[in-house]
Design a protein around this ligand. Structure first.
Ligand code: ADP
Length: 326
C-alpha cells in the first residue's frame, strides 16, 4: 500500500452543525501525525475544478463553535458521471493528495464508494448529516444540534398552541428517517410523531385522532417528518380539513433553520472524536470505511453497511411518546 503523506478533506451534500469541528479535528490530528493537509472547497466540485488549498493548524482556528462549513459544500452532479470522477482523480494526483476524508451524508458516501471502486484511493467518511439516517452509527454530526433547534421551536409553539387550543403540525427534516421527529417529540412532550418508518404499518393520522389526543389537553403538537410517505405537514393538515373538520389544524415548517446554529457540546465532541479517528484509521491501513460511534466507542463501518438503511427506529419510543402525553 502506498504511503500516505498528504490528506485532502472535504464537506459535501447538506451542511450540518459540527462539520467545522470535524474539519478542525481531522486537520490538527493529521498535522500532529506528521501529515500534510489540503482543504478541498465545495465538496466533490472542488476536486473536479481543482479548488484545493493548503491547510495549516491556523486554517482551522476559531471554528469549533461555528455552524456551516468553512470548506463550503455543494451538490456536484458531475461527480455522478465517470468522466467527472476521472477529472477529480487527476486533480488529486496533481495536488499530491494520497487519501481523502469526506464529511457528509448518504449521497456523499455513495460518491465516495464509487470513487474508491474506480480508483486506488483510500477514503475515510465521517457521518455528517442532521438526519441521523446512516447505519452503523448511533449518531451523526449535526443531529444533536438540529434536535435542540427543534426542541426550542416546539417549546415556543407550545405557548401559542396552548393559548389557542389548536392542533399544530410541525414539519421537521430527516430525509428518509424519522429520528428528528421521534426524538424531537420525546424531548418536547409533543403528542405524536408521524414518521416514514411507520407509514406502511398504520394510518398514523387516523390513529392519532382515534386515540382522542385532546381528551385531557387543550393543545396538540405533532412532529411530522418531511417525507413523501408521511405527506408532510401540509398534506396532513389538508387531510384533517377534509376528514376531521372538527379540528383547527395549523402548520409550521422549520425548514433550513434546522441546519444552522452553533453546534452543541455533544456534536462538537462527537465531531472531534470522529475526526481524530479518521486519521487513526488511515494510519492503521483502513480504507473505504465510515467512522461511526456505537455505545460510545469508535467503530469502522464499511460504506455498504453505512448505506444499507438497516438502522431501525426504536418502536418503544413511539409508544413512550403516546404514554407520556396522556
Ligand atoms: P448528502 O451527502 O447530504 O446525502 P447529496 O445526496 O446531495 O448529499 O450528495 C452529495 C454529493 O455526493 C452529490 O452532489 C454528488 O456529488 C455525490 N453523489 C451522490 N450520489 C452519488 C452517486 N450515486 N454517484 C456519485 N456521486 C454521488
Amino acid at each position: 500500500m502506498a504511503t500516505i503523506n498528504c490528506i485532502g478533506i472535504l464537506t459535501s451534500g447538506g451542511d450540518a452543525p459540527g462539520m467545522n469541528a470535524a474539519i478542525r479535528a481531522v486537520t490538527r490530528t493529521a498535522i500532529y501525525n506528521g501529515l500534510r493537509v489540503k482543504g478541498i472547497m465545495r465538496g466533490y466540485k472542488g476536486l473536479i475544478t481543482g479548488e484545493i488549498v493548503d491547510f495549516t493548524s491556523s486554517s482551522v482556528s476559531n471554528i469549533i463553535q461555528k455552524g456551516g462549513t468553512i470548506l463550503k459544500t455543494a451538490r456536484c452532479p458531475e461527480f455522478r458521471e465517470a468522466e467527472g470522477r476521472k477529472r477529480a482523480y487527476e486533480n488529486m494526483r496533481v495536488a499530491e493528495i494520497d487519501a481523502l476524508v469526506v464529511i457528509g451524508g448518504d449521497g456523499t458516501i455513495t460518491g465516495a464508494q464509487r470513487f474508491a471502486q474506480e480508483f486506488d484511493v483510500p477514503i475515510i467518511a465521517l457521518p455528517g448529516t442532521i438526519d441521523n439516517d446512516l447505519s452503523g452509527t448511533d449518531a451523526t454530526i449535526g443531529f444533536d444540534t438540529a434536535l435542540n433547534t427543534i426542541m426550542e421551536a416546539v417549546d415556543k409553539l407550545r405557548d401559542t398552541a396552548t393559548s389557542h387550543e389548536r392542533l399544530f403540525f410541525m414539519e421537521v427534516m430527516g430525509n428518509t428517517a424519522g429520528y428528528l421527529a421521534l426524538s424531537g417529540a420525546l424531548a418536547t412532550g409533543a403528542e405524536a410523531a408521524i414518521i416514514p418508518e411507520m407509514e406502511t404499518e398504520t394510518d398514523q393520522l387516523k390513529t392519532l385522532i382515534d386515540n382522542g389526543f385532546r381528551k385531557s389537553k387543550n393543545s396538540a403538537i405533532v412532529l411530522v417528518a418531511e417525507n413523501p410517505a408521511t405527506g408532510g405537514a401540509m398534506g396532513l393538515a389538508e387531510r384533517v380539513k377534509r376528514e376531521f373538520p372538527q379540528y383547527d389544524a395549523r402548520v409550521t415548517i422549520l425548514g433550513h433553520l434546522q441546519r444552522g446554529g452553533s453546534p452543541t457540546a455533544s456534536d462538537r465532541i462527537l465531531a472531534s472524536r470522529l475526526g481524530a479517528a479518521a486519521i487513526s484509521a488511515l494510519k492503521d491501513g483502513q480504507r473505504n470505511v465510515m467512522i461511526g460511534i456505537r455505545d460510545l466507542e469508535m467503530v469502522y463501518v464499511p460504506f455498504s453497511k453505512a448505506l444499507s438503511r438497516t438502522k431501525s427506529i426504536r418502536k418503544e419510543n413511539i409508544d413512550l411518546v403516546k404514554i407520556l402525553s396522556i
